[in-house]
Design a protein. Structure first.
Length: 254
C-alpha cells in the first residue's frame, strides 16, 4: 500500500498546499495498465509490419530492410514516446495514471510542460536498470518525495489526484446569489491582498492547485467572518464576494 506522505508547497499567495504523494503501489498499478496498452499496440504494429513486408517483398528485395528499420523506430517511439505524449496532451497523465488517479506535476504545483514530460521519460532508460525498474524503485523508496531519477532531473513529482474530484470546468463557474453580505471589517489588508492576488492568478494554476488554494484561503477568511463555505466553485465565489464588498466600502481600490 502507498504511504501517507504528502508534498507541501508554499505558494506566492502565502498558502501552504498539501498533495498526497503516489507510492510504489499506485505507480505500479498505473505502469501495469500502461504496459498492457503498449503490449497490445506493439502486437498490432508487429503484425502490420509482417503483412506489409510480405506484400512489398513481391516488388522489391530491399523492402524488408526498410520495414525492419521503420519497425525498430516504431518500437522505440512506443516505448519512449508513449508516456511523454500522453503526459503532454493530458496534463501529466497517461491512460494508466488516469486509471490509477495519479498525475505528474512540477515541484511547485504547476502543470508540467513538453520539456518536463520528455526529460522525465527519457530517463526511464536509466530508471529501468538493471530490469523491472530497479533503479526507479530504489529511488522512490529512499527519497522523501517518492521520486524516481527521472523526476529529479525534470523537477516533477507524482501525486494522487484526489484533490481534483468534483472539480468542474472553469467556464461553469456561476455567481452564487445565495451568499450573504459579510462584515469584512475584521479582515486585514494583507488578507485582502491575498484574496486579490489569488483571484488574479487562479487561471495560471493547475485545477487541483487552484481548488486546494481556494479551499484553504476560504477557511482562513471564513474563520474571521464566522462562516463556512464548502466545495468548489462556492469557495471562489465566497472570496469574490468578500473582495467585492471590501471594494464597495473603499477598503481596496478597484
Amino acid at each position: 500500500m502507498d504511504s501517507l506522505d504528502k508534498l507541501t508547497i508554499d505558494t506566492p499567495e502565502q498558502t501552504a498546499l498539501e498533495f498526497p504523494l503516489a507510492g510504489i503501489g499506485s505507480r505500479f498499478l498505473a505502469m501495469a495498465a500502461d504496459t498492457v496498452i503498449q503490449f497490445v499496440v506493439g502486437i498490432v504494429v508487429l503484425i502490420s509490419a509482417g503483412v506489409l513486408a510480405g506484400t512489398l517483398n513481391l516488388f522489391s528485395k530491399t523492402s524488408p530492410q526498410w520495414i525492419a528499420a521503420i519497425l525498430i523506430l516504431c518500437i522505440f517511439l512506443l516505448n519512449a514516446g508513449y508516456f511523454a505524449f500522453f503526459e503532454v496532451i493530458w496534463n501529466g497523465q497517461t491512460p494508466g495514471k488516469r486509471y490509477a488517479k495519479l498525475r505528474v506535476m512540477k515541484d511547485d504545483g504547476r502543470p508540467i510542460g513538453v520539456y518536463e514530460a520528455i526529460v522525465r521519460n527519457l530517463m526511464r532508460i536509466v530508471d529501468q536498470l538493471p530490469g523491472i525498474y530497479g533503479v526507479g524503485i530504489i529511488c522512490v523508496l529512499v527519497t522523501k518525495e517518492n521520486k524516481r531519477l527521472g523526476d529529479f532531473v525534470a523537477g516533477t513529482v507524482v501525486v494522487h489526484e484526489k484533490t481534483l474530484e468534483g472539480v468542474r470546468p472553469i467556464s461553469q463557474i456561476k455567481v452564487d446569489d445565495t451568499l450573504p453580505v459579510f462584515d469584512a471589517s475584521s479582515i486585514s489588508l494583507e488578507e485582502l491582498q491575498l484574496i486579490e492576488t489569488f483571484l488574479q492568478r487562479r487561471d495560471q494554476w493547475d485545477p487541483g492547485v487552484r481548488t486546494s488554494m481556494a479551499t484553504q484561503i476560504s477557511l482562513k477568511i471564513g474563520d474571521k467572518l464566522g462562516v463556512r463555505v464548502y466545495g468548489w466553485p462556492r469557495t471562489e465565489n465566497f472570496l469574490e464576494a468578500v473582495l467585492q464588498q471590501c471594494r464597495s466600502t473603499g477598503r481596496l481600490r478597484q
